[in-house]
Design a binder for this molecule. Sequence first.
Ligand code: ADQ
Length: 505
Amino acid sequence: MDEKNIQKSRIIIVSNRLPVILKLTEDGKTEVEKGAGGLVTAMAPVLKNRNGTWIGWPGYVQEAGVDDYMLPAIQTATSGYRVKSVMLNSDELKNYYEGFSNSILWPLFHGFTDKCIFLPEYWTSYQDVNKKFALTVCKNADDPDFIWVHDYQLILVGAQLRKMHKRNRMGFFLHIPFPPIDTFIRCPWRFELLLAMLEYDIIGFHTILSKRNFIGCIKKIIQDARIDAKIAFDETVSELKFKNRVVRIGVFPISIDYNEFSLHAWDSDVYKRSKEIRKNAPGTKILLGVDRLDYTKGIPEKLKAFKQFLTRFPKFHKKIHFIQLVVPSRREITAYADLKLKIEQLVGEINGIFSTNAWLPVQYMFRNLGRNELISLYRACDIGFITPLKDGMNLVAKEYCACNIDEKGVLILSEFAGAAQQFYQDAILANPHDIEGTAMAIHRAFNMPLEEKNQRMRNLREKIKNKDVFWWVNSFLNTAIEKNLSNFPQVDEYFPDEPTANLGR
Ligand code: ADQ
């Protein structure tokens, strides 16, 4: 770790959203609260120590006529570091955000090519808005500052900054998976996107698979265009030589603030609330799913697997209660509204077939929950049921384990979540497309002996504790700044090729 270098330069974080939550009060006013996610928790001390700046969209459209007090209120909510807002209008929101970001890159990178809408106007707006972000960065960055751009909405920011002659060290972290070549190649702007990524000095992914997919695309798409791209170095942090520049490509699995979650789970209020939740489901084991409303999260498939479990094993009727919490998200996009209906229909179908006067098989909640309530749920449940069809990492899986302080819970985890590459030995892995197999995973979790549950949960918690979100920030920044990569430990052993050693059957 090169602490001296890290301390020297200022840091600029660029993300689509600023780390604030806007809330509508009862009298119709908007209030600003500090964001609570892992990224904010991890970045806040780094930004404070290094006189940093966070640049992003504050979450409301320019023409909404929101009171003037909003921008100062945002700065107050994020005290300790500077924030700079990039304002978007409703056209930009439609074409850049809902369009290129969420109707092209999000489905494409998760392998849902049938959901991609490749409209040229989306691409134009994406370029314009990325340029807009870059201009704000340009105005606020001095030469030695390290610029760290986050996620798929802002891939072009680095390239735009280079066009503005910024020579700062720049990093990019992709929070979603990077797809294989046969998927990525469908994108009409594949070449431009890849070239733009190569303008960063360091690119981070959650998993080895994403990194390999990216390198595979570079080899095929960039080399075909006769640009010298060469793979050097080890598997976890590779160096790619391109136009006399070196681009570092690394694997940095994001995590959570383990201590925060695990300490919160010890809270007496959380304990009381988790007892109440258990009391509402007497004599049953609780299966818990927590997902944002998104077709990548595999919620209908999960409900079908639960239905199959109840159909196959009538002896478990009245002995299991499935709580599925869904967080509202992106409802203005048709695919999401359709998904909500599908989920509600399946919940109704399962409860219609199996419920009795005394037993409701599925409890479905569609809302945001406060931190206390979410942690109480994590603490109360016996089995964490997290089976996305594709997920960059999945932080819910990590939060569930961190809150499982009595170490009696079981984690059922999709093979297709990035987290599976870390947890394949101790979670019960499931293929969410295999409804029968996933039903058997529930059966296995339900019947797992206490000693085995203890051992597995202890191992899972240990891994999360050792590589928490602070580890993630430090390893990305250190790799970005380190001159000689041979100083770095080899971490390949944590990311084996095939996380299938322990399937759910
Ligand atoms: P997401 O797709 O949003 O993130 P995830 O990593 O699971 O997925 O994070 C969801 C967050 O929302 C968790 O922190 C969770 O606590 C919170 N949450 C869920 N349900 C909630 C509820 N009902 N009320 C309140 N909060 C709730 C993207 C990628 C992931 C990647 C992360 C971070 O898609 O793969 O892990 O970024 O890189």
